[in-house]
Design a protein around this ligand. Structure first.
Ligand SMILES: *Cc1c(COP(=O)(O)O)cnc(C)c1O
Length: 386
């Protein structure tokens, strides 16, 4: 991904910064859109993975819908060109203000996460003489086999409606005049790399779908959420295998002629398109450990501190240096979890070397903070440094 020319250009830019490869983003979007088209699948992009405006505008141009988890995300999506009738809105804690905003903007669907929320949306829609379109987010109790902190579809998670509450939901739906029931929604977790998990999800979706249809409801929408993982070990030009992913749903999901299948992909679309570029402030050689201290830390990229996430770390300056040393690569923040990796074998490193922390397009820049009163992180696009 990085040529010597890139590296010379980076030398002119103040670090740290996120570098976006919009060309790779476009290739990834094109691959996903093409594979989805083969099955007439609808794909919504999950804004929370990255709401950089250039990224959003690019995604929208490829015809994707938007999956939002806050009122501000709903507004942002529409501002950046996503059509309101392709916007879905999930979240366990939608405030009245956010619901009203989404009603005013005439979004496609609320993905409703509790019986109480269903009643509140019905009331707020009634006050506006509107009909709110909803899908029920069901917690299917399927293990995503991913990190516990990014698992969302087990009984112990706060997300979605538990199966034992569905009879109550069905009666509330029958009595809610300002709600149009579109279908059912699921999202069981993130960074799912074992595709078998999606097969288990399909089997559950089929059961819930049959349950509703047996009770006289028509489900137009089957929304299976997102969660497709990326290969953090191989960041170079990696486009996720969308073909294999969609094939599982084509094979295992029961879809009637009246039904649409919807997806909500975040990480898989944007994860590989950015790197965090940073400079070495100090190299601290010790008796037990050697530390490389970067000018980027958990304030720029929180995933390692938050869920022990792995990101490939590269020294861009010493590509031709043969001597290697094991280092712990850490940030400058006053927290022991502010580390990008331990005992990493790297070319012998000097103060001032440029580093890339790869695969940081998803849940990277969006989670940046100003802890330690750090300045806000900036970004640079491939077309600006060419
Ligand atoms: C975060 C989220 C997604 C996207 O998850 P990825 O793992 O990034 O694909 C999809 N749907 C909902 C409801 C989410 O909260």
């Amino acid at each position: 991904m990085f040529s010597p020319k890139n590296i010379a250009q980076f030398a002119e830019i103040e670090t740290p910064f996120y570098y976006y490869d919009l060309e790779l983003l476009k290739k990834t979007l094109e691959a996903c859109a093409n594979e989805a088209k083969a099955y007439k699948y609808h794909v919504h992009y999950a804004l929370k993975a990255n709401f950089n405006e250039n990224v959003l505008k690019t995604i929208q141009e490829f015809g994707f819908g938007a999956d939002c988890v806050s009122g501000a995300e709903v507004e942002k999506a529409i501002e950046c060109g996503f059509s309101p009738n392709k916007v879905v809105f999930a979240g366990v804690g939608k405030s009245d203000k956010e619901i009203n905003k989404a009603l005013d903007l005439d979004i496609f669907a609320f993905n409703v996460e509790s019986v109480q929320e269903l009643e509140v949306i019905n009331e707020l829609a009634k006050a506006k003489s509107k009909i709110a379109q909803v899908a029920l987010r069901i917690n299917p109790n399927v293990d995503a086999h991913t990190h516990a902190n990014i698992t969302t579809g087990l009984d112990e998670n706060k997300f979605g409606i538990n199966s034992w509450d569905l009879p109550l939901c069905a009666s509330v739906l029958r009595n809610s005049e300002n709600i149009k029931f579109l279908g059912i929604h699921f999202h069981i977790g993130s960074q799912i790399t074992n595709l078998e998990v999606f097969k288990h999800l399909c089997i559950k979706v089929n059961e819930f779908s049959a349950w509703f249809e047996e009770r006289g409801f028509t489900l137009k929408v089957l929304n299976v959420g997102g969660g497709l993982g990326i290969d953090y070990m191989n960041p170079n030009n990696q486009i996720p295998d969308f073909k294999e992913y969609f094939k599982i749903f084509a094979e295992f999901l029961n879809v009637g002629p009246h039904q649409e299948v919807h997806f909500e992909l975040g990480r898989a679309l944007v994860g590989q398109c950015a790197s965090l570029i940073s400079r070495v402030l100090y190299v601290k050689l010790g008796r037990k450990k050697n530390f490389i201290i970067l000018d980027a830390g958990m304030t720029e990229l929180m995933r390692p501190a938050l869920y022990q996430a792995y990101h490939q770390v590269e020294n861009l300056t010493r590509i031709d240096v043969e001597k290697t040393v094991k280092y712990d690569v850490v940030g400058p923040i006053c927290e022991s979890t502010d580390s990008f990796g331990k005992e990493i074998l790297l070319a012998e490193t000097q103060r001032g070397d440029l580093f890339a922390i790869r695969s940081t397009g998803a849940y990277g820049e969006v989670m940046a903070s100003n802890y330690n009163l750090r300045p806000s992180i900036v970004h640079v696009y491939d077309n600006e440094v060419k």
